[in-house]
Write a protein that binds this ligand. Sequence first.
Ligand SMILES: *Cc1c(COP(=O)(O)O)cnc(C)c1O
Length: 352
Amino acid sequence: MSPDVRTDLDAIPAYVPGATVPGAVKLASNETTAGPLPSVAAAIAEAAAGANRYPDIIARALVDKLADFLGVQPSNVTAGCGSVALCQQLVQASCAPGDEVIFGWRSFEAYPIVARIAHAVPVQVPNRADGSLDLDAIAEAVTDRTRLIFVCTPNNPTGPAVSRTELTKFLDRVPERVTVALDEAYYEYLRSDDAVDGVAEAMARTNVVSLRTFSKAYGLAGLRVGYLVGPADLVTPVVKMVVPFSVSSLAQAAGIACLEAGDELRSRTDAVVAERTRVREALLASGFEVPESQANFIWLPLEDRATAFNDHCRERLVITRCFAGDGVRVSIGDPAENDRFLSAAQEFVTVM
Ligand SMILES: *Cc1c(COP(=O)(O)O)cnc(C)c1O
């Protein structure tokens, strides 16, 4: 007889890691092509020499630096083992078994998983036809059991961002007892006129938090560090859910160095934004449908052709992320990588 384990975990899909194919261009996981900024790599190397010691359990130096950088108090900030860990801590901190967590769909793959792990019920609200979140429908889905709403903006994997005007209207509708988490993993790639600044929203309301990460624009996906900003009354219970020492000393040092790097980052994100426009326009010209993206990826809503397109790209050594029956997400890489992807995509049109 085998030991009793939770049978409800059968509902959690197995995670499909981004494929590694020798010689292939990796456009499946929204990483940066370049390594960490040189000043950050140096800080990591220095911290590595002290890896025999446990890290600061509350990452105080990083939290203080973030608070200073964002113009908030240290009590408004906590660091986590990537912002995905903070998503999980947030569900654990806000939900009792059976409580509901609402989010748009399709959106970040982790939301239904972290909800189920915490014995909460994921509630998926379909996106609008252009891939944007349907905030009206999300607000209408709130029930007495709702405790948490994830608003992923820009939305992974579809690309559109919520405008500040839309968000204000939405937040005014959501009951204050419900926490709204603005997942801003791609914040540094936003270039819209009416852009949301989640940290400002979080500081202006009692029930809003912002989640950000060093994994995407800062190029530290392998190191695992992200942060949550919000009212101290929400930060405190989230901190209680942390696995002790989950932000390593290398990650803490790297985060601090990122915040000191300043302008170095902006030129990198500007280059990605320029490529995002170029790739999207080339795809539109080839006849693909591509929602406007504010992140470092684009989305092709290919529906029943998604798997064929993904396989076609892989045969040409371009690795993309397939959501079978729905679409394909393609990260924006450097110009040469994007050219390889574009020629594969254009070839797909002709063989289709
Ligand atoms: C990548 C991503 C994250 C989290 O990344 P971490 O590496 O865990 O910091 C969170 N939300 C969204 C929408 C993402 O795409």
